[in-house]
Design a protein around this ligand. Structure first.
Ligand code: GUN
Length: 300
């Protein structure tokens, strides 16, 4: 190893291994599913996939496989994009009424002719394990986390697992989506961080990112974050999943460059991605535990 390479390694960021954390969580999750089964309840997750989006199909397969690994019964509903809005709402109504279903996940994005807002509002709030129903979004806004959306919930777990303090720290979130950026900001605010959200229209992004003690990037743009945009010692959480023309999967952060400057960094793949699935299992088990009376109900 050259002396420069040695120095880079010595000063490099600690890797936050989301895959390892997610696998570790699985042991406890399996035990909780067994405890539920002892009371006669098998947690059930209905997974709805509409259309043939290749990435969605892969994500859904991973979710189904993870359910199997902890003993959650997953029920897949795959439909062609020709399904009507009405048919989809009828399906959700049936899943709402099915006592064996504790969680309902409708994989996004949906085809353009489907009214996504209506679909998400039709899911029973107590089965909304993605946390996208208005009731659960509202709960998050006022600091009650009933079903925290899985990706930001996973990021919070990684920060906690790595003993990274949040209170009073400057956090910059890049990306203002309903799935990641906005709930991420709310969860961090609930922990008394000072939060800024940047997005595609933000001018001079680097002026914001350089202030961040913790930088969460969910923009879907490879190499958006380069070392000169990152404060020395920052914690960098890369939520991006991008497929390059050569098939390689990368995040939004120039990993090799930024890891030399950051104190902690998540890799892609193997960082936030596995945690999104881990938190989906968590929310589904919690839903079944509430139903079985092993946990306080989510609703009055
Ligand atoms: N599409 C991208 N991320 C998610 C997610 O967390 N949940 C669902 N349902 N769809 C997604």
């Amino acid at each position: 190893m050259t002396s420069t390479a040695l120095k880079a390694e010595q000063t490099g960021a600690k890797l936050i291994d989301g895959k390892a954390v997610a696998l570790k969580m699985r042991e406890a999750q399996r035990a909780r599913v067994e405890a539920l089964q002892a009371t006669g309840v098998t947690p059930g997750l209905a997974v709805v996939l509409v259309g043939d989006d290749a990435a969605s199909s892969i994500y859904v397969s991973r979710k189904v496989k993870a359910c199997e690994a902890v003993g959650i019964k997953s029920i897949s509903h795959r439909h062609p994009s020709s399904i009507t809005n009405e048919e989809l709402l009828v399906l959700i109504g049936k899943l709402n009424a099915d006592p064996n279903v504790h969680g309902i996940l409708v994989q996004l994005p949906l085809p353009a002719h489907i009214d996504m807002a209506k679909v998400l509002e039709t899911i029973a709030p107590e089965k909304d394990v993605d946390g996208f129903h208005l009731y659960n979004v509202g709960a998050l806004v006022v600091g009650r986390q009933i079903f925290p959306p899985c990706t930001p919930y996973g990021v919070m777990h990684l920060l906690e697992y790595s003993d990274i303090p949040i209170e009073g720290r400057n956090v910059v979130v890049i990306g203002a989506s309903n799935i990641v950026g906005k709930p991420m900001a709310l969860m961090l605010m609930a922990r008394d961080a000072t939060v800024a959200i940047c997005h595609a229209k933000t001018r001079d992004l680097g002026q914001w990112t350089i202030l961040a003690d913790i930088l969460v990037v969910a923009a879907g743009v490879p190499n958006l974050i380069v070392p000169q945009m990152v404060k020395t010692g920052a914690v960098v959480i890369d939520v991006g999943i991008n497929r390059l023309p050569d098939g390689k999967i990368v995040g939004d952060v120039d990993f090799e460059g930024v890891r030399k400057k950051a104190s902690y960094i998540t890799p892609v793949p193997g960082g936030v991605g596995p945690m999104t699935i881990a938190m989906l299992l968590e929310n589904t088990i919690q839903s079944a535990e509430r139903k079985a009376g092993l946990r306080e109900p989510a609703h009055d």
